[in-house]
Design a binder for this molecule. Sequence first.
Ligand code: XLS
Ligand code: NI
Ligand code: NI
Length: 441
Amino acid sequence: MSEFFSNIPKIQYEGKDSRNPFAFKFYNPDEIVAGKPMREQLKFAMSYWHTMCAAGTDMFGGDTGCKNYGADDPMQIARNKAEAAFELMDKLQIDYFCFHDRDIAPEGATLAESNARLDEITDLIADLMKKYPKIKLLWGTANCFGNRRYMHGAGTNPSADVFAFAAAQIKKAMELTVKLGGNGYVFWGGREGYETLLNTNMGLELDNLARLLRMTIDYARSIGFTGDFYIEPKPKEPTKHQYDFDTATVVGFLRKYGLDKDIKMNIEANHATLAQHTFQHELRVARENGVFGSIDANQGDVLLGWDTDQFPTNVYETAMCMYEVLKAGGFTNGGLNFDAKTRRGSFTPEDIFLAYIAGMDAFALGLKIADKMITDGRLDAFVDERYASWTSGIGADIISGKATIEDLEKYALEKGDVTESVTSGRQERLESIVNEIMFNL
Ligand code: XLS
Ligand code: NI
Ligand code: NI
């Protein structure tokens, strides 16, 4: 097999003093952090769509790079792309990948032709997984937003025909995920939302979305899928208002339709910021509701109001993310999928490797900082102390259900005032503790 990235070596850990751009400075796959090797804590995944397909096109201009892998015929491109993907993951020591059906094989003239193409390429991917036994499928998904037929949505399309077509496409993507041993399946509602309520039956659209999810889950379990299902919240883009706005909104939707035991969250950093939340907020809401699942690791730009899908390099953000992941007990079926692309001006194959190295090193640092934030103990001790009034006396009586509202009135009347019970939140001190930890790794 010919190499596609012949000028790129296998990327190794060289430590923080290395000046070799093609080396990890902080990601040391076998180093134990918080009780597990880094590769198991971080579970990095490659996103097929950005890494293998996207070549720089934006709203104002075409490709700046080339993702043809030396071929002209679309199916030959798809075959070469699969080989190149595994070479890239192997060189970067990435153990997982994620894909949409249409990333791996071009859509045909009919559904049957598209499915036959998918069968061929997934046979090839299955062979490549045998050749590179470390590499596994983190999750699969269906692209039910790109084709013209999905202009008004897929599961929420006003046309029952389009709903049926989307269901058929998802059924196939689910079968391929099982065929490749996938640990998860993602639903990102790309156009599940609306542009104007003047033409929209919101109630029916939401009911139908729940119907599609239920059908898919029941079918998947019947064919032996044991992994996790995830919804990936996003407030807008491409649709003006997307139904899966943020984690809290999705939790409400899942509970309404009795799907909350079946579906977890795939939280994407840039989607959190689009919803005007921090990444950490979304992770915490998921954790507190028992629906934390997986992560699309990227970062946005606070000055831009769209999904820029940048490689994550902000160590403060990766630290807060890994803090939530460790507090949630770590990943089970989920992982860190780099749903990220190089900037349009970073158009060479080398840039992709350099971007992954940057992202993986940023998360390795984040993991180490997060572990220290926990083992240091000062942050947890502060929070425990801040809520200490709930462990005895009136607080314990409220929690146990013993205290009635009349008891609380009596208590408050006796106290007369409770202002002296209020303590400082110490935000600046806590932020400086994080800085002390970050710079004393
Ligand atoms: C787009 C989404 C998409 C999902 C997979 O904004 O992030 O890439 O992760 O469909
Ligand atoms: Ni994503
Ligand atoms: Ni996104």
